[in-house]
Design a protein. Structure first.
Length: 135
């Protein structure tokens, strides 16, 4: 059996079944209207995406209202959580507008991080949307 905590397996499962990804997001957004339709913006894993500072195996999704989500399965510790999260959120913002477009059109990016329980969670900055502990 494949472990869904593996980055590659996580992305394959949820990019091929957007309805499951909607359920995963809705499970932690109980105070928000349910997402009924979701588009995965980066369903493919390209060989060149496996190196460098890219949003690689995270899922990028957008709901019908235009809200964008970065969903990540994290089982390794990073020394620069704050900077890494800021980078990901900044990319989600900058990819929304083209030159000359009104900044008021920006939709808040939402970052969901599913993290292994034994990792240090105090390093998450307060503006990370949700860090969900998993076994």
């Amino acid at each position: 059996m494949l472990d869904p905590k593996n980055d590659f397996v996580f992305k394959k499962i949820f990019s091929q079944a957007p309805e499951l990804l909607s359920d995963l997001i809705n499970a932690v957004r109980d105070d928000q209207p349910a997402i009924t339709e979701l588009e995965v913006l980066n369903p493919n894993i390209e060989p060149e995406d496996l190196t460098g500072k890219h949003i690689i195996l995270d899922l990028l999704a957008q709901d019908v209202r235009g809200k964008r989500y970065n969903i990540e399965m994290q089982v390794r510790r990073y020394n620069a959580w704050s900077a890494r999260s800021a980078y990901y959120l900044a990319r989600m913002l900058t990819e929304q507008l083209s030159r000359g477009e009104d900044y008021r059109q920006l939709k808040d990016p939402i970052r969901l991080i599913y993290i292994r329980k034994n990792l240090e969670t105090r390093v998450f900055p307060r503006w990370v949307a949700v860090a969900i502990l998993i076994a």
